[in-house]
Design a protein around this ligand. Structure first.
Ligand SMILES: [Zn+2]
Length: 288
């Protein structure tokens, strides 16, 4: 694509005939297509579900090669912005969110681009709002699922990882049912890292039977105030729940970092250290 940056437009660019497309100068094809798509959508020239010009038409309009446009389509598809189909339907703008944002956020978090406390604070804001909404709506379907999850949480032989799965499902049920798909999508992006944080909090909080009982009580209480429709109480309680366990996970992560900094230069971790525990917790977790 680099060599296309210097190409000059022809005297009769097809881009003008496509309306919303203008030739590329000095930028990568997919970046330009995304910018021009956004502008066309905001101007009402395009809409969700609209079919895009063919690869050949766009290449001519943008004054780039067809492989560049093909690559741009692949990027747009990976971002969850378009559907690419063989045959006459070609490439069209997705009618519904493709969850691309959540995937990118998950990777960004996995890369460590955001601090743990940022995740906890954002989760607090969004989830406390979502729980309050759920209390106001009192959707019987959501409540039935939560009843089932809380009863599964009470099983005496659950281990921390099994409890963690139910805990994540409990919060996801409320968030996904809150009626705000944008908030739900952001929280889906946070879910893997939240799951890891909660698991580390569970592992680092003393003997499991006592922790299990405490977590079970907290979720029972959350469900109780939720089902009573007490939006203010559930908002305060879920905030406390998230901050308490998030803080524990944060303390464990900081202790692990401190221990790792003291670890021998060959990379081996001291046996029995919190670094080992943190590594084990990471390994134990599967993506959600
Ligand atoms: Zn929870």
């Amino acid at each position: 694509m680099e060599d296309e940056r210097a190409r000059k437009p022809g005297p009769d660019q097809a881009g003008r005939s496509l309306g919303w497309v203008t030739p590329i100068r000095g930028r990568r094809t997919f970046e330009v297509i995304i910018d021009q798509l956004e502008a066309a959508l905001l101007a009402g020239q395009l809409y969700a579900g609209a079919r895009l010009p063919t690869e050949r038409e766009l290449a001519a309009a943008l004054d780039v090669s067809r492989p560049s446009v093909r690559e741009a389509f692949r990027v747009l598809e990976a971002l969850g912005l378009v559907d690419v189909q063989r045959g006459p339907n070609g490439v069209s703008l997705r009618r519904e969110s493709g969850d691309g944002f959540a995937s990118i956020l998950r990777l960004d978090l996995a890369l460590g681009h955001y601090e743990t406390d940022m995740v906890i604070e954002l989760r607090c804001v969004l989830e406390s709002w979502a729980f309050a909404e759920a209390a106001r709506k009192r959707d019987p379907e959501i409540f039935a699922r939560l009843t089932d999850l809380v009863s599964q949480m009470a099983a005496p032989d659950l281990d921390p990882q099994q409890f963690n799965e139910l805990d994540v499902a409990f919060h996801a049920t409320v968030v996904d049912g809150c009626g705000n798909e944008l908030a739900a999508m952001v929280l889906r992006g946070l879910r893997a890292v939240v799951k890891r944080q909660m698991h580390e909090g569970l592992l680092g909080e003393g003997p499991w039977p006592g922790v299990h009982q405490q977590m079970l009580d907290e979720h029972r209480e959350l469900f109780k105030v939720l089902s009573e429709g007490d939006a203010a109480s559930v908002e305060a309680q879920v905030r406390h729940h998230i901050m308490t366990w998030g803080k524990r996970a944060l303390d464990i992560a900081k202790a692990a970092e401190a221990t790792a900094a003291d670890a021998p230069p060959d990379g081996t971790a001291p046996a029995g250290s919190s670094f080992v525990a943190a590594q084990r917790a990471h390994r134990d977790l599967s993506e959600v």
